[in-house]
Design a protein around this ligand. Structure first.
Ligand SMILES: NC(=O)c1ccc[n+]([C@@H]2O[C@H](COP(=O)([O-])OP(=O)(O)OC[C@H]3O[C@@H](n4cnc5c(N)ncnc54)[C@H](O)[C@@H]3O)[C@@H](O)[C@H]2O)c1
Length: 300
């Protein structure tokens, strides 16, 4: 399939990433099919696409979109909880369910059975090897990694991952589509965490260890990171944005495959996730809070 043939993009999972990707694709003029496990999650996602922190209304406020374009873009997003409806006529899939290899493989198995033969599959996994996810489907040559960044409508990079059986045609399609969506695609080979997630996991976990040792509190670490390195946000703010459960799962996966100590998730992170602290509830539906809520910014 060529990029000109892509009309319908199917996005699996309407969480932090799925809804941002759906917004970006609809803004670029594509018809979007969006699926999640419950109607209420889809309703919440549509509301956040319209009125959330990086949603369409904020673009109107900034003068980048006209008010009347909001409804036009929203009409391009069709939601369902039924895979039979979702898979109909879909040209390319972007999977964005939680970072759990078994769950993703289960989802791809269903997609492989229900989607047309032409449909190309991509995963927005943060770091599960694409070659591993592709074991769940027959169309292994039509499977690639399409790793977006958070917030999806804003961040410019797409890390395009070549699995060991990904065809040139599939890779080209994902690269061309990324450009049509206004992003900058950069190709990498497959491996746990690819480039970006391996790099960020080691950085985030080191910040937690420094906090655990009592060297500095959360507020100070975030502040120093911004002032010293000109990062737009500190490591704890970043984890509250991306989701603590996602950070934990990424660490477990990369550490499991490499055994390198810098990827071992710190216990404090695990404790927060087990307690329901999955990140800032503004972004993470169902979370009771993040690092700042639990530690109030200063205590250990
Ligand atoms: N959060 C980030 O900053 C970030 C950045 C880049 C990549 N990612 C990756 O994107 C993926 C999604 O992460 P997220 O942060 O959006 O997670 P999330 O928990 O916010 O959203 C996941 C959504 O998938 C839905 N889901 C679960 N099982 C499903 C199924 N069988 N069918 C359809 N939907 C299902 C959930 O109900 C939920 O709404 C993960 O692989 C993650 O590693 C996340």
């Amino acid at each position: 399939m060529k990029v000109e043939d892509v009309k319908v993009i199917g996005i699996v999972g309407a969480g932090i990433m799925g809804r941002g990707i759906a917004q970006t694709c609809a803004q670029a003029g594509y018809t979007v099919h969006l699926i999640d496990v419950k109607e209420e999650l889809l309703e919440k996602a549509l509301k956040l696409i319209k009125e959330g922190p990086f949603g369409l209304a904020t673009l109107v406020e900034k003068g980048r979109l006209r008010e009347e374009q909001i409804e036009e873009i929203m009409r391009k997003i069709e939601t369902t909880t039924d895979y039979n409806i979702f898979c109909k006529d879909v040209d390319i899939i972007i999977e964005a369910v939680p970072e759990d290899a078994e769950l993703k493989k289960k989802v791809f198995k269903i997609l492989d059975e229900k989607c047309p033969e032409k449909t190309v599959f991509t995963s927005n996994t943060s770091g599960i090897m694409i070659t591993e996810l592709a074991t769940a489907v027959k169309r292994k040559e039509k499977f690639a990694g399409m790793h977006w960044f958070n917030p999806a409508p804003v961040m410019p990079l797409i890390e395009v991952v070549r699995g060991s059986l990904t065809s040139e045609e599939t890779l080209k399609l994902v690269i061309d589509l990324s450009r049509r969506l206004g992003k900058t695609p950069i190709e990498v080979k497959d491996g746990p965490g690819f480039y970006t997630t391996r790099f960020i996991a080691a950085y985030l976990f080191e910040a937690i260890r420094i906090f655990e040792e009592g060297i500095a509190d959360i507020q100070s670490i975030d502040e120093m990171t911004k002032l010293a390195f000109r990062h737009p946000m500190g490591p704890f703010e970043l984890m509250d944005l991306i989701g603590l459960d996602t950070a934990l799962h990424i660490g477990e996966y990369i550490y499991g495959l490499t055994g390198e100590p810098q990827y071992k998730p710190p216990l404090t992170l695990r404790r927060l996730v087990l307690s329901g602290y999955l990140g800032d509830p503004k972004y993470k539906v169902g979370s009771v809070g993040g690092w700042r809520t639990y530690y109030g910014g200063s205590q250990r």
